[in-house]
Write a protein that binds this ligand. Structure first.
Ligand code: 6PG
Length: 223
């Protein structure tokens, strides 16, 4: 893990967006298309606001969510909607979006089609993750059957899950896909999440899912 501390959240967003743009350009030198997986939640919005204006060949970039809530793609809770509204605008509007969603009643029904869509995108060229204060990443929550399944070295690319107390099912990339990304970035804000990350280092991946993806990951932090 490479921990990078910034003066404030604005600096973090600008510098991280520059870095992601640079890594995308570099990857585009070597590959016809590149894949960029990004989280939902509130953390990445300001990074997206800066990244979407980057001058690069966005038409060769495939953007996908790291996880999705099983709601309609125009629902306010949809990660796809947030990514479309905040990242796939300005120059980045030319990118191709790969939704982790399909018109099926349950995520389980959609898994085969979504896994087939993902296969040509692997390994991911770039991964951006957020983290919950409970140390979850993507939709891999501590001490859950989905996390246990997602940790297996031969786990499929996606897992469907029904988080306790959550209003809808979810779908998430699994650990081999997340950890296997060629460039990995985790962005966290505030003292609470920094403490959670410090604590995670002494726990197992099942207890603290973030630890499953920390190897060679750049962690970007601002108060
Ligand atoms: C999601 C995520 C999730 C998120 C964390 C942090 O869909 O909610 O992909 O893993 O990154 O929960 O969320 P915040 O950025 O809102 O704190």
């Amino acid at each position: 893990m490479n921990f990078i501390e910034y003066a404030d959240r604005d600096m973090l967003a600008i510098e991280l967006a520059n870095r992601l743009a640079g890594e995308l350009k570099k990857a585009l030198l070597h590959h016809e298309t590149v894949s960029l997986a990004v989280p939902g939640g509130t953390t990445p919005g300001p990074v997206f606001d800066a990244l979407c204006a980057a001058r690069l060949e966005w038409e060769r970039v495939h953007v996908l969510p790291t996880d999705e809530r099983w709601v309609a793609q125009d629902d306010p809770r949809s990660n796809g909607r947030m990514i479309r509204e905040r990242l796939l605008v300005d120059r980045a509007a030319a990118a191709r979006f790969l939704p982790l969603h399909a018109p099926a009643e349950t995520p389980e029904q959609a898994l085969p089609d979504l896994e087939a869509m993902l296969a040509p995108e692997l390994p991911l060229s770039l991964l951006l993750l957020g983290m919950g204060a409970d140390m979850h990443v993507a939709s891999l929550f501590p001490d859950t059957p989905a996390m246990r399944a997602a940790l297996a070295p031969d786990a499929p690319a996606l897992v469907a899950l029904h988080p306790e107390g959550a209003p809808e099912p979810r779908i998430s990339l699994t650990v081999p896909v997340l950890d296997g990304a060629l460039c990995k970035h985790l962005v966290i804000y505030g003292a609470e999440k920094r403490e959670a990350l410090d604590k995670a280092l002494y726990l197992t991946p099942e207890e603290a899912p973030v630890t499953a993806i920390l190897n060679e990951t750049n962690v970007h932090w601002a108060e």
